[in-house]
Design a protein. Structure first.
Length: 211
């Protein structure tokens, strides 16, 4: 197995973990999983959301491992997503997943994936949600004068939708401008194809078979 193939498999494993953790959040929302205590249910939800964001960050790291490791020899020990994303952005400004619409088949069997325009979690929302999760999971000092109200931005159900919308079909641009197009079905293996960017910009085109 080549290093690149191994990196792709790591990325796929992370995406399957994202799918599993989001399914846990949905199960809590639907009442299929419960601690019996509303506050603990909320903490379980935001723990899973925070872990989901961490997994997305590590997936982005695996996609840009070569360049990232050149800049940080101890990259394997990095675990703070916000700091990791900031460093990745300096190495590859287009590292963040690009949400795609389902593919359209063009001439010669080429599959074209138009970029999605809305409904997905943006990079700024990623950071906002991560901070919100931290606020929910940390017990506030009873003597603090800080307002105890936590604003989540969206409802949890909307956050679930936006994360799924971002990742269900997305592309990852590597530092060398290569692309991976990633498809996450509701069940089964995550699929990745090598793709090339169109001359006009981000939309991906591929005639490759999935790994």
């Amino acid at each position: 197995m080549t290093n690149r193939t191994a990196d792709i498999q790591i990325y796929c494993n992370y995406m399957e973990e994202v799918r599993t953790r989001i399914a846990v959040v949905q199960a809590v929302l639907d009442g299929g999983i419960t601690t019996g205590i509303e506050g603990c249910n909320n903490e379980l939800i935001f723990l899973q959301l925070r872990k989901t964001l961490e997994v997305i960050a590590f997936a982005s790291l695996s996609a840009n491992k070569d360049k990232y490791s050149q800049a940080h020899a101890n990259f394997a020990q990095h675990w703070k997503p916000a700091k990791m994303l900031d460093t990745l952005e300096k190495i590859n400004s287009n590292f963040y997943p690009l949400a795609l619409e389902p593919f359209e088949v063009k001439s010669a069997g080429v599959k074209h994936f138009p970029p999605a325009t809305d409904g997905f979690m943006t990079k700024n929302e990623f950071i906002s949600l991560y901070n919100t999760c931290s606020d929910v999971l940390h017990k506030q000092n009873p003597y603090s004068e800080r307002d105890s109200t936590i604003f989540t931005g969206y409802s949890v159900q909307v956050w679930v939708h936006r994360i799924r919308r971002l990742l269900a079909c997305h592309s990852v641009e590597l530092a060398n401008r290569d692309l991976w197009v990633v498809i996450i079905p509701n069940s089964g293996s995550v699929q990745v194809v090598h793709a090339s960017p169109s001359e006009s910009g981000p939309p991906a085109e591929s005639s490759s078979e999935p790994l």
